[in-house]
Design a binder for this molecule. Structure first.
Ligand code: 0X9
Ligand code: ZN
Ligand code: ZN
Length: 423
């Protein structure tokens, strides 16, 4: 009985207090553990412990495929966590002993820097936008900028359209909806650059046969915040009326099965907070409106995320139903994963429907486009890695991740076309 009270105290203590965002937040001695869950009670307890606590940050939610979850813990909470894990017999492995050490290492470019924009380090929003301006100026006949809308803090959400002529089918890429997933915008900018400058036949075909709409940094406010204040920021930056916690998970805020099946949280302090209402976030609303305005122009929708090496198709909101074209989506998915596995890195990706292979996630952008705009080829791509570095993927891995993306994309688009989409 006393143990139960101790546990209750743990949960309460862990949820108390919010942090101040003055200087750059540090993560000295923060650890990331991989927890292996063997029953539902363990899962519920862990979810309860971590949902709104500022002492915990779930890096990867529990998924039915691996039965594991990754959680970062504040060093001040470590004793409690250990006791908790012991009490409930939850097996665990230390993935990252000191998150700050990875954050520091991440700031070191992986090669000689030429001064020009490249893919040996991560860039801030301003630098990415300056690069984008340069690209638009250098390729004026085949590129065009578009603006999705404005963020809560008033930033423009910018995208680039690459087109080699009228009447081509379009592919839309949304990237960095989750602020801390820096590899996504690094990969999106690399991909833009390849579409414009590569001489490789398959890449030229990709570039010239389709219209590309690419938004390298969608969650502009969050991304800026992740660079300046808190490397681990995920959500948007709109404050909440009844809570000190800020922001909404943009990928839970779309108006398609919003808040269905516990696929999001109604707690403002949760990292998967869905918002008070669907489209509470100006960013999500603006994207939905923009996509609606070009709905006749695109057939494929991709959302870049990290991490985990997954290619995820709808549905996210339920694991009990599958879309009509599920088999085809898996066939396209296999083309993607096999292409990546056949590279020298042999990086394993797993494909499957979001809810059945990963976890239920409701109100996501991909599902909204799939269900509401009826664009029947949509995927979430979860880039490298599997958790050794997690969100703090070293700059030395940017290039390899990008090569994998290109190999996967060539195969994905080719198979999509073969199956009669994109025609
Ligand atoms: O939970 C998410 O939003 C994504 N994973 S992440 O670790 N990057 O946060 C998965 C999104 C799944 N996609 C769909 N629901 N369609
Ligand atoms: Zn505690
Ligand atoms: Zn994400």
């Amino acid at each position: 009985m006393r143990l139960i009270w101790l546990l209750a105290a743990c949960v309460v203590l862990a949820s108390a207090g919010t942090s101040q965002d003055t200087a750059q937040r540090r993560y000295d001695d923060y650890r990331v553990y991989e927890l292996t869950i063997s029953n539902n009670i363990q899962l519920k307890l862990i979810e309860k412990l971590t949902e709104v606590s500022q002492k915990y940050d779930v890096w990867k939610e529990y998924d039915a495929y691996s039965k594991e979850l990754h959680v970062m813990v504040d060093p001040a909470e470590l004793q409690h966590l250990r006791l908790f894990l012991k009490l409930f017999g939850i097996s665990n492995e230390l993935l990252i002993p000191d998150v700050q050490a990875l954050i520091d290492a991440e700031q070191v470019p992986s090669g000689r820097e030429s001064g020009a924009f490249g893919w040996t380090r991560y860039y801030e929003l301003e630098e990415i936008e300056a690069w984008l301006d340069g690209i638009l100026a250098a390729y004026p006949t085949v590129t065009e900028q578009f603006v999705v809308g404005q963020s809560y803090e008033g930033r423009r959400i910018r995208g680039i359209k690459i087109s080699h002529g009228a009447n081509k089918r379009g592919i839309f890429i949304e990237s960095n909806i989750h602020a801390r997933e820096w590899i996504t915008s690094a990969s999106a900018t690399w991909f833009i650059n390849e579409l414009l400058s590569s001489q490789q036949t398959e890449v030229r075909q990709l570039a010239e046969n389709y219209d590309w709409y690419i938004v390298p940094v969608f969650n502009v406010d969050g991304f800026e915040y992740s660079h300046r204040k808190n490397r681990m920021w995920r959500k948007t930056r709109q404050p909440h009326a009844t809570s000190a916690c800020i922001g909404v998970d943009g990928n839970r805020n779309f108006d398609s099965h919003w808040m269905a099946n516990n696929g999001a949280s109604d707690q403002p302090c949760s990292e998967t907070y869905a918002g008070d209402v669907a489209f509470s976030e100006p960013e999500a609303k603006a994207l939905a409106e923009y996509l609606t305005s070009i709905r006749e122009k695109f057939d494929v929708y991709l959302s870049f995320h990290s991490y985990g090496q997954w290619l995820l198709s709808p549905y996210g909101h339920t694991k009990d139903e599958f879309p009509e074209n599920y088999e085809q989506l898996q066939e396209i998915g296999s083309a993607f994963t096999e292409a990546i596995r056949s590279l020298p890195y042999a990086t394993p990706y797993v494909r499957g429907s979001t809810a059945s292979t990963l976890y239920v996630a409701s109100g996501s952008s991909v599902d909204w486009v799939f269900n509401e705009l009826e664009k029947k080829v949509g995927y979430t791509i979860e880039f490298r890695d599997k958790g050794r570095y997690g969100f703090v993927l070293p700059p030395a891995q940017i290039q390899a991740n990008c090569e994998e993306l290109m190999a996967g994309m060539i195969a994905l688009i080719q198979k999509t076309r073969e199956l009669g989409y994109l025609a």
